[in-house]
Write a protein that binds this ligand. Sequence first.
Ligand code: ADP
Length: 548
Amino acid sequence: MTVSEQALVSRASLVFRRLGPRVRVAFCQLPLTAFVVVAVTTQLPAAGATAPWGLIIGLGLQIVLGIACLAVPWERLRDNAPLAIPLLDLVSIWILRNGEGQIVGVGNLAVFPVIWLAASTMRAAWVLPLSILAPLAIALPNLLSGLPNPTPGQVTGTIVLPLGMFTVAIAIRAAGAGLRTQARELERQRQQLRGLLDQAQTAERLLAAIFDAVDTGIVALSEDARPLRANRRFLSLLEDAGVTDGLMGSNLADLPLRMQDGRTPVSPDQHPFRRAADREPLHGEVFWLGGGDSARALSVRSLPLDGPNGGAVATFDDVTDLMRAVDAKAELVRTVAHEFRSPLTSVLGHVELVLDDPGLSQPAASRLGVAHASAERLLRLATDLLASSSERLPVSPVPTDLAETLLERAESAQLAAKAARIRIDVDVEDPLPAQADPFRIGQAVDNLLSNAIKYSPSGGTVTLSAHTDDGWITIGVADTGMGIRPEDQPRVFERFFRSDAARRAHIPGMGLGLAITRMIAERHGGELDFESEPERGSLFTLRIPAPS
Ligand code: ADP
């Protein structure tokens, strides 16, 4: 076949495949049925009053086959089920050729079913013998009827018909060999695809069941923060918070949220949906959604999606009860600390008055001195508790020279340092102009110095340094002490956190100092950082913006 013929054949077979199976089968069959109807109806008048049975049965079978082509739901049957039609066509041609009222020359119509069978996906081992044996069966009775002296026409007819049909079948098989291989390959790929599709559908159903069964809200976001898919829990969390309307089509970064304090609205660049869609991983930050009693606190995690389209998967845990319990605990601590402060201040005032009495005996004065120191410690504790459990740590920055504050704090730490046999080195830029609250910065440096002394063995050195650089004032407190283990480092700023090492060594403390110090740094628009190595020491760095 030439290239253009091949193109024509493959275009024809494409058109043919696009037709529905019933139309396709009818298209193959109806020319033969039409031929038979015409041939038989032209014979019937010549047959006289009683129509010969051969013609009637042959014609009837053809009509039934023609109707079957259109009526049978081939698409629901096996692929080669329609091949029953050409096989029955051969039977009907045999009857028309050899039954009563036989039509001479009708055997040539066997070319229709033979072409059909040869062009099908039926194996050559079946098609080729069939294309010779069926026409032979059609032609043979005519030869047998002439025995023992058949006419040359009978002999030729019996040889030519099977050989002609066989040649047609071979030619069609040869022409369609490539197409059939392609068809088989396509069929194999189709089966493979179907298998893969089944597997994918099963996996999809399983995932969907797991997705909906978990008690965590999950949503997949596009890169413009629109929800691609969400599980039931996510939708029910939003519903609980009273936010539902038209959500699945909208931009989730427009959802009004509040920060962990429950009051401050989340700014667009802090919005967790925006940040998640921008591929920023989130690790359990808490946001409030909705208002009033139905407000929900959600702990958000997110993981960027791999692939060219970006986006992320975000998960949400309802931590409302936990947040309310934490608030209740902080409120209790605040109240107790507050109630402690007034009586303690009064105790201290009265003890100081008694201590000022010149007639006080030495033993009584020393006992009262111990009571005074203990009351002072309690007051400091109550003050720390109040500061750490309140989000409102008042900070009032004023123009000040921090060098003065720092030198004063180093001086007052000398007493404790001497008692612990620790040297304090000071390397402070003087003057150190700043826009800061000297009382709060002093408090922060006190905490850092007292830690550095507490957590260093005797003989160690603590260095207080401070300088201005690149728009920042950096205050450093370094020690040569026990250091902090890597696994404890992420937790040192947590309220009430104390390392095992600190507890085991019975070093006194409440685990509040660093939390308060960090709060002071942040209220100044700065930050508190540290580096630490176990058994070698730590360096805490407090940075605040330098005045411009
Ligand atoms: P406290 O000192 O009262 O326990 P902090 O909040 O000041 O509370 O410190 C928290 C924890 O961090 C401490 O218990 C200790 O384990 C660790 N830590 C803080 N500063 C140092 C330091 N300079 N060296 C070693 N560990 C430290």
